[in-house]
Design a protein around this ligand. Sequence first.
Ligand code: WT7
Length: 663
Amino acid sequence: MADGKTPVVAEAHQVDTFHPPQKMLDKHPSKPHIGSVEEYQQMYKESITEPDKFWGRMGRDLLSWQRDFDTVRVGSLQNGDSAWFVEGQLNASYNCVDRHAIKNPNKVAIIYEADEPNEGRNLTYGELLREVSKTAWTLKKMGVQKGDTVAVYLPMIPEAIVTLLAIVRIGAVHSVVFAGFSADSLRDRVIDGRSKVVVTTDEGKRGGKLIGTKKIVDEALRQCPDVAHVLVYKRTGADIPWTAGRDYWWHEEVEKWPSYIAPEIMNAEDPLFLLYTSGSTGKPKGVMHTTAGYLLGAAMTGKYVFDIHDDDRYFCGGDVGWITGHTYVVYAPLLLGVSTVVFEGTPAYPNFSRYWDIIDQQKITHFYVAPTALRLLKRAGDDFVKTKMSHLRVLGSVGEPIAAEVWKWYFEVVGREEAHVVDTYWQTETGSNVITPLAGVTPTKPGSASLPFFGIEPAIIDPVSGDEIHGNDVEGVLAFKQPWPSMARTVYGAHKRYMETYFNVYKGYYFTGDGAGRDHEGFYWIRGRVDDVVNVSGHRLSTAEIEAALIEHHAVAEAAVVGVSDELTGQAVNAFVAIKDGNDVNDALRKDLILQVRKSIGPFAAPKAVYIVPDLPKTRSGKIMRRILRKILAGEEDQLGDVTTLSDPTVVEKINRVVHDAR
Ligand code: WT7
């Protein structure tokens, strides 16, 4: 930035820089793994200029190998064929369980906080090894073989972790489907992932409400002929439909089998899991992660981003149905051998103190959650933050940009200025944190995810020219220039889509899909998606997928969905729908359309507003101009830009009237 000119990355000049609080360092059990910003910079430099040396050392330091590797990495972003630690062999469940159970069998691995306070229990590493082994036996006896996919449709109970580790123990691949997805969504994911077995519960319990998980599985499986078996954990004891020969009770099966089974020895690049996420088309992508690279990313970020130490008690509020739950409820804390909280409930049940009560009672040292929950709790009021939470050292934020005032509330009211706030930027595809402060080390600015993690070489690209913009104080879209161990290896069964989405947009780069700025000090500010992905309460949704759901309704001729900013949920889904002739336009229809999305995708994707309009704004070639809808919703109908390409320019005024009448 030339002196005297307006900075490009504006807010960087208006915010304070926060250093790791002295009180955090005072209560630290020893000292942070990294001693200073200079040490971070030195390690970072090595990770970029000598990646083989850096990652070879880290891989051997943090993971236990059955067979050592010779080659640290092969392949390139250009060809989308990165592979890591290729000759190495290891097992994920051995790394998460056995090595700790051998040394410390009585150490708590899982702290289960049930939906009802005080109904939880703990599982030690010794118990976890026995549970995982019995479940692994069970799955094997049900016919699951190395390389098979097992779908998991479970609420947040300890058995969710046990299931994932049992699957990977026998070399199978887990494909978790968030237990808020509808039967249709579950069906699509089971079919696409070629799952042979589904693991679920009779019911789930969340926020005092029951969820009919088994019923949803039954409905989904009506159209999944390749699923041979369903393993059902009894959570509530409800009366549920049963298909003899296909369905098995968890408690009846696991008691048949021994408490130890040897882990299957896997190659470093064998698939570890599939996780479906939304892209810019209507069809979800089965993001595939492989064993060693993913595990190393989880362990590395657990150690250096969160600064986890042996006696820490880690609480990530994410659900195991999303990547945050995979990496930071399950893999990172267990790889490092600490205690991890599995929380079944919601932050609002039985009241808005629930998180704070758990943190206080369980002496939690690390808390990690999405800003959407923080906005809700901030709004509920400081009176709910009654407990001292004196063990807290690190407060993490994830999933969406955190507004400066929410950041400050987190730091001051929740953390009492005794914990370091880390705003971690990453994606399902990156596997683990990629732009993030290191707890106890990196100075932070509220609203900025700060600096790149080891091995991540960010580039800001001009989306118009496609050229990288060098230097500081620049804005553009965010890409990465080097492969890193925990990056996704493919989109399952759709490698071409993987190449086109991430590597062919800007040749030689991994494209994140996010806009970003790099300020005058090299700090990154994430602006949000530049594709047709919206972020509602930290849930990643595709506008195309919601449109496809709406069009399934018999009355709908055309639909266009846009994300609008929302005080509570970050973004909210707004739908514009043109109705076929002969249908009455009324509130019942609007309700029915919302129901259609709930049924087709899940309750969390339901549009906040449905506008029934005579027609959508389209170009002469029939392309829907969503930009115009966004402008109308923002009240900027006087700034529509070029509307001469619209096939019917009068449509703007008509839509405008519908929106205004509805408000
Ligand atoms: C998208 C990825 C990976 C965690 C859960 C979401 C947005 C993620 C941040 C952050 C601003 C963020 C991005 C990204 N995002 N973290 N700290 N600040 N935006 O994973 O469902 O794969 O979504 O979430 O837009 O692309 P996901």
